[in-house]
Write a protein that binds this ligand. Structure first.
Ligand code: 6R9
Length: 635
């Protein structure tokens, strides 16, 4: 019997040891007992990181939608699979049962087939957070088409680049989307993109905002009439374990985005098993992850992981600030959310608001709080723990990546004692290693280095679409026979991991390696500071010096600014040492961020170095307008 749900710390260590001693046996037991296979595998794992080539459950046959939907129908047909909460609180929520999900996925699958989509074809999905988005992923998976979701906040340029990179045949989109008080003309963005995309034959359009759009004759069709005419039965395409399930683009440090390719069986097993354990999901729980399905977090922990467990998963169309900053907390109270999974950037933004926004809502249903996407600073961690969790909902600070497919380092709630800013312990099956600059593994505790993974896990990306060489160079070349994450980490005295940020964020000042995250943590301790970012800039004597961009909770006079500058450096000196003091502190109204909330340090670095003409593409930023403001006020 596998330990599908880990209940206490001793059990975690037992399971972990078993997963390392005999990984093949460990994963095959889980796969065997908890999933539906059309044919079992011939071989659990074959791997060679030097090529790199990784295969899990080779020879097995399955369809992931039979695991996410069909097998639940007998016992959970009337259970809510997807709970849709619209942008406006005045619009009713929708409860889509497993039975209805089955019918709707099959209808769309049939429409795709009618439009010539076959196993292996790529379909681009460019939709807001409405049920049709999740249904589109599943409909593709039903017939073996490879979905490529592009976040519906990306520009036409970013969209056409991604469509062309993977030669998509079709786009599924909507007339527009709601975002707080605004509407966005999605179809207009698609139209501009498609001028550059010769491979697209058909565009299926969901009517979401009833807007007046142009439909191109012979290419564009409203989706709803096609669905209404389609059968609610569609036989699942039987897939090989290693057939691609989806492509998802992630930006690299330079050039073209990387189309990470995830395959079927390993991804399914790993996302399902991590979901069960990291969120301790119980049968009648209501789980909510606030990510967009345009990101890996949404793929793995809104759609596939929860549905494979027969869970109720919430899809939220709106934003945390509309109609006011109490929206998240109102939704938690309304749907009695048990597990809530969000990002530090959202937590920091909400922690800045009047505490009444949180305190006027009943949050007592919460059992687990999750964090993902970037290091969570100490102040935000405590606010989340105290104000939202009332110190009784453990915070799971989950470290992972688009490339890893699923959560890699994380506490298990009610199992692993948490520690602020620490992602804590590796999930079963995950073998982290910290490496030094000479490529040697650093053993023992109380050490820091570059974070690698030594052994394959089922949900790792198998390649970059159309560029296996780049996959090899990016992830398997820096350290021999290891997957290099690009992150730095430290391991404390009990073996807990703390992710210190991207290694390219390490700044060497007078020969000392400084991670940006601990310095920013220190800055954020100042009561007047709401957010900060630190970068290096060239310095004659020190090699590099530190430049801080700081957002204040309230803007004040310049006299106060000078005091705050001094106090920030005092706090840094206390927390880290004088070596980490900032040479320059620029107060700003915002920081350039990616759509998933990550600070674009590349831009900040260039501005701090006065390399203004070469900022690269800023059009995919969440807030491109702050770039000019920062440039105008550079010190
Ligand atoms: C899931 C996701 C991956 C990068 C990763 C790391 C950062 C994610 C984190 C975290 C510290 C955490 N990151 N989770 N850093 N603590 N809990 O975010 O995927 O968008 O590909 O980003 O995000 O730097 O390497 P992705």
């Amino acid at each position: 019997m596998s330990n599908y749900s880990i209940k206490h710390l001793e059990e975690y260590y037992q399971v972990y040891r078993k997963s390392i001693r005999d990984p093949e046996n460990f994963w095959s037991e889980i796969a065997e007992e908890h999933f539906m296979w059309r044919k079992k595998w011939d071989n659990v794992l074959s791997w060679d990181f030097s090529k790199p080539e990784i295969k899990w459950f080779e020879g097995a046959k399955l369809n992931i939608t039979e695991n996410c939907i069909d097998r639940h129908l007998a016992t959970k047909g009337e259970k809510t699979a997807i709970l849709f909460e619209p942008n406006s609180p005045d619009e009713a929520a929708q409860h889509i049962t497993y039975r209805r999900l089955y019918e709707r996925v099959n209808q769309l699958a049939n429409v795709l087939k009618d439009h010539g989509i076959e196993k292996g074809d790529r379909v681009c999905i460019y939709l807001p957070m409405i049920p049709e988005l999740a249904i589109s992923l599943l409909a593709c998976a039903r017939i073996g088409a490879v979905h490529s979701v592009v976040f519906a906040g990306f520009s036409s340029n970013a969209l056409s680049t991604r469509i062309n990179d993977s030669d998509c045949k079709m786009v599924i989109t909507s007339d527009g989307s709601y975002r707080g008080a605004k509407t966005i003309d999605l179809k207009g963005i698609v139209d501009v993109a498609l001028d550059e995309c010769p491979s697209i034959k058909d565009v299926l359009v969901v009517n979401r905002i009833n807007s007046d759009i142009t439909m191109k004759e012979g290419r564009d069709k409203w989706l709803q009439p096609l669905l209404d005419a389609a059968s609610t039965e569609c036989a699942a395409e039987i897939m090989d374990a290693e057939d691609p399930l989806f492509i998802l683009y992630t930006s690299g440090s330079t050039g073209m985005p990387k189309g990470m390719v995830h395959t079927t069986a390993g991804y399914m097993v790993y996302t399902a098993y991590t979901f069960k354990n990291v969120f301790q999901y119980k049968e009648n729980d209501v789980y909510w992850c606030t990510a967009d399905i345009g990101w890996i977090t949404g793929h793995s922990y809104i759609v596939y992981g929860p549905l494979a467990n027969g869970a109720t998963t919430v899809m939220f169309e709106g934003v945390p600030s509309y109609p006011d900053f109490g929206r998240f907390w109102e939704v938690i109270a309304k749907h009695k959310i048990n597990q809530f999974y969000t990002a530090p950037t959202a937590i920091r933004a909400l922690a800045k608001q009047n505490i009444d926004f949180a305190e006027t809502h009943d949050l007592s249903s919460l059992k687990v709080l999750g964090s993902v996407g970037e290091p969570i600073n100490e102040e935000a961690w405590h606010w989340y723990n105290d104000v939202i969790g009332k110190k009784k909902s453990p915070i799971v600070d989950t470290w992972w990546q688009t490339e890893t497919g699923g959560i890699m380092i994380t506490p298990l709630p009610y199992v692993t004692p948490t520690k602020p800013t620490y992602a804590t312990l590796p999930f079963p099956g995950i073998q982290p290693a910290l490496m030094d600059e000479n490529g040697e593994e650093i053993k023992g505790n109380q050490v820091d280095g570059r974070l690698c993974i030594k052994f394959p896990w089922p949900s790792m990306a198998r390649t970059i679409w159309g560029n296996h060489q780049r996959y090899k160079e990016t992830y398997f070349t820096a350290f021999k026979d290891k997957y290099f994450t690009g992150d730095g980490a430290l391991r404390d005295e009990v073996g807990y991991y703390r992710i210190t940020g991207r290694v390219d964020d390490v700044i060497i000042v007078s020969g000392h390696n400084l991670g940006t995250a601990p310095i920013e943590d220190a800055i954020n301790e100042h009561p007047a500071v709401s957010e900060s970012a630190v970068v290096g800039f060239p310095h004659d004597i020190k090699g590099n010096a530190l430049y801080g961009y700081v957002i204040l909770k309230e803007t004040g006079e310049s006299r106060i600014h000078d005091n705050v500058r001094k106090e920030i450096n005092q706090i840094i000196t206390e927390h880290i040492g004088p070596i980490a003091k900032l040479d320059k502190i620029q107060f700003t109204i915002g920081l350039p961020k990616t759509r998933s909330g990550k600070i674009m340090r590349r831009i900040l670095r260039k501005i701090a170095s006065r390399d203004m003409n070469n900022l690269g593409d800023t059009s995919t930023l969440l807030n491109p307008e702050v770039v000019q403001e920062i440039k105008d006020n550079v010190l």
